[in-house]
Design a protein around this ligand. Sequence first.
Ligand code: GUN
Length: 306
Amino acid sequence: MNFDHPPPPREPLPVTSAQILDGKALANRLQDELKQEVYEWTQQTGQRPGLAVILVGSEPASTVYVRNKRKAAHAVGIADQLIELPAEITQAELVAHVDRLNADPQVHGILVQLPLPRHIDGELVLRRIRPEKDADGFHPMNMGLLALGTPKLVPCTPLGVRELLIRESIPTKGKTAVVMGRSNIVGKPMALLLMAKGPGGDATVTIAHTSSVDLPGICREADILVVAAGQPEIVKGSWIKPGAVVIDVGIHRLADGSLCGDVDFAEASQVASAITPVPGGVGPLTIAMLLRNTFEAARAIVHSAR
Ligand code: GUN
């Protein structure tokens, strides 16, 4: 994920042997491509893709994420609107906002920024979003379609990782992939994409999680290691098979203000053949895929109405 002002690195990183997979540069390229497509579509249809972002409360990290998403949407020609709601909002009031956006023909993508306050049933809110407008791809219908191998809107972070693997020509077919983390947002959909047929897929996939025995040993099997564990620098160099490709989905702010991922970058970059940095790796790709999903949703909705 993006932070506005990344602080300087904590200490000079050692000379790395791994290729650094520049997610920020790829995200910029993807956004340039999308901008052109949006422009042409708008010329043809007279419509602009529309994204509505709901932010409940004022958690600082969420506020920064939402700002970055809106800025990126605006830059590619997507009309964005922010619905800022107080943390004390009731479940019924929040659902009413989702219903209103579901019915709004100018809105093609709806995103409810997570986490939600504890008194809100997040599952219920996400299920209320019309699957056709589910820019995050979290609705059970979209998760189900992904599991069945007929995806429509796919969660943005795994989609970004797959795009990175494809665009960097990293082979996945027949490779051993390990996904660390079993969340609905990253781990599960990531594993489904890696095992799906086609580009960026066809891998043999293991999902490792907090109850797995011998995490280092499982990780060492991986040709492609995707880490979404939510623990700062948990994956050490000794956990990585020499020459593996390492994708770090984590981002954490340490006490000294610096950022790190779930992977110990200094160690891992000595062992891996390619690795994503934090920041500037997976985070910007998540945003690029959110914009792509919004545009795909707009196309499908406008096309089906014709
Ligand atoms: N909070 C952290 N990551 C995400 C994400 O991908 N989507 C939403 N809606 N909230 C998040």
